[in-house]
Design a protein around this ligand. Structure first.
Ligand SMILES: [Mg+2]
Length: 203
């Protein structure tokens, strides 16, 4: 298969995760400190100031992804850019979330005009990305907010052109820069970068 492939993350790329997750924390007597780019250590009980544990962070994420995630706002121009790119590429969503959150995630993608195949993942993304691209000779693009996923994809699928994008400006300022081909400001820039790469490759 020579058709280009775009492997795209969802949280903080297609949906404004942090905005909705922070509101969910506040509704539950918790807050995010914005001291660093990590959930663990930065979610505190508002009364006591106690940092919640890894198990509690996992439970909060699980609770979020089966309910309040419904209210995540789609990122500006994500759906329209993907729709334009879908004329030239196959698109798959490779998203890390608990399996329990998959039905809601599918609904949300559909509701916002992004009903592309969804692969729910846990942990590093290099091997799943390599698997998705295994039967393809055409160009592969990978979009994610998290530097460790870029490192892992660089290792397991080195031919992928990797784009780091973090929709939330404050989170973006805190996040470690990934070693990648483009640090994108917005979906306009992502669309232009991929379009130009496809033009240059004759796709
Ligand atoms: Mg993400």
């Amino acid at each position: 298969m020579t058709r280009p492939l775009l492997i795209c993350d969802a949280d903080e790329v297609l949906f404004a995760f942090m905005e909705a997750f922070e509101a969910f924390l506040n509704d539950n007597g918790l807050h995010f400190t914005w001291a660093s780019f990590a959930l663990l250590g930065n979610i505190l009980e508002t009364g006591s100031g106690r940092a919640v544990s890894q198990d509690e962070v996992s439970a909060l994420l699980e609770a979020f992804f089966i309910g309040p995630a419904e209210h995540m706002r789609p990122v500006e121009r994500a759906a329209s850019t993907l729709q334009e790119l879908s004329a030239r590429c196959d698109i798959v969503i490779l998203s890390n979330l608990p399996q329990s959150g998959a039905p809601l995630r599918r609904r949300l993608l559909e509701r916002h005009g992004m009903a592309y195949p969804l692969h729910v993942n846990a942990g590093p993304k290099g091997k799943p990305a390599r698997h998705l691209a295994a039967t393809r000779q055409g160009p592969v693009f990978f979009i994610d907010d998290l530097a460790p996923h870029h490192r892992d994809v660089a290792r397991h699928l080195p031919r992928a052109q990797r784009i780091q994008f973090i929709a939330h400006p404050r989170l973006s300022a805190l996040a470690p820069k990934a070693d990648c081909h483009l640090h994108a400001r917005d979906w306009h820039q992502i669309g232009a970068f991929i379009g130009e790469a496809l033009d240059n490759g004759g796709y």
